[in-house]
Ligand binder design. Structure first.
Ligand code: MRU
Length: 332
């Protein structure tokens, strides 16, 4: 029943192919670092912590194949620019190599640790989940976006396990529909009550008093608490504030980038026009219309009520206390 998004078998990195869900469950096999890079760039795997674990396994695979680890690291780093976990994981593996560690063991330790951190987020977030709570979430920050269990969905899972009733509003999340396709698939599988809504419906449900809490994941969080997450997160945060609804961000320390003072320096990935222009084979725009497709936006810290981390729920002014955990965590 428990989902595992990425693992290593022999020297093949195996991944749930998230491009095919919810229609088909298929395992994608990445046989070298170029195929691992393809899987990340083309979103066979997506979600910041899942990308991090995939990169860790990709580095382990490269060591088994006797490749130049610095070259593979550079290749993987160039796949997706916004999520911090990718860079965190690659640095962790290079450090492990520098210490002479077995890289397969290091990648397994990284992935297990990442999973445990998600479970811990679930336990900390449980304090926010009253019986009957109605939560809105954006994109997919569930098991599929991590090694397993999820970040934003972790407190929701923990609440279900504790016997509490939870209802989840799932933003469909244009253009790639990670909410409609992936979050709904996970919730359906686990029997968690939910409804998929169009991205532009969130304001209506908030204004009607039908949303008690918003929880999203994050791709990168700057030192001041500004949060890069899936495009559309910012407007949900503004709507939440306008309607007096708490807005929480769930993320492990690997997502925090203390090297950036604020969110204005977070690189925002712009993806292919086709993601906006078409769904399947159906054209949604005139072929001559230019398209812009930023994949992420930045929510200023002032809109974030708190950060659900594996070390507890923190306010932006206390995030600096996580810095020791960042350094310690990488050293494990
Ligand atoms: O483009 P994606 O699907 O990789 O974006 C994913 C998100 O924005 C998630 O909310 C974020 O990575 C947190 S995942 C636990």
């Amino acid at each position: 029943m428990e989902l595992r998004t990425v693992w290593l078998e022999g020297n093949v990195v195996k991944l749930i192919d998230q491009r095919l869900l919810p229609g088909e469950y298929r395992v994608f096999e990445a046989r070298d670092h170029k195929e691992v890079g393809f899987a990340i760039a083309e979103m066979v795997v997506r979600g910041a912590p899942a990308i991090g674990a995939t990169a860790a396994y990709g580095m382990a695979q490269a060591s088994l194949q006797g490749r130049d680890l610095e070259e593979v690291a550079a290749y993987l780093r160039a796949t997706r620019p916004t999520g911090h976990d990718l860079f965190f994981a690659v640095d962790y593996m290079l450090e492990a190599a520098g210490k002479g560690r077995d890289l397969v063991e290091a990648a397994e330790a990284y992935a297990e640790d990442s999973l445990e951190r998600c479970r811990a987020m679930g336990q900390h977030g449980l304090s926010l989940m009253k019986d009957g709570v109605r939560v809105l979430t954006h994109c997919n920050a569930g098991a599929l976006a991590t090694v397993g269990y999820g970040t934003a969905l972790a407190p929701i899972r923990a609440a279900k396990e504790a016997g509490r009733h939870v209802f989840v509003f799932v933003d469909e999340t244009r253009p790639r529909l990670q909410g409609a396709k992936l979050t709904a698939w996970e919730l359906e599988r686990e029997g968690i009550e939910h409804a998929v809504i169009t991205d532009n419906a969130a304001g209506l449900f908030m204004a009607r008093g039908e949303v008690d809490l918003v929880i999203t994941g994050a791709d990168r969080i700057a030192a001041n608490g500004d949060v890069a997450n899936k495009i559309g997160t910012y407007e949900k945060a503004v709507l939440a504030k306008e309607n007096g609804i708490p807005f929480y961000v769930a993320a492990p320390v690997s997502t925090f980038d203390f090297g950036l003072a604020s969110g204005k320096d977070i690189p925002i990935e712009e993806r292919a026009e086709e993601e906006v222009r078409e769904i399947g084979r159906e054209a949604l725009t005139p072929s001559g219309s230019p398209v812009r497709n930023p994949a992420f936006d930045v929510t200023p810290a002032r809109y974030v009520t708190g950060y659900i981390t594996e070390c507890g729920i923190l306010r932006s002014e206390n995030l600096h206390t996580l810095q020791d955990e960042v350094v310690g965590g990488r050293g494990k």
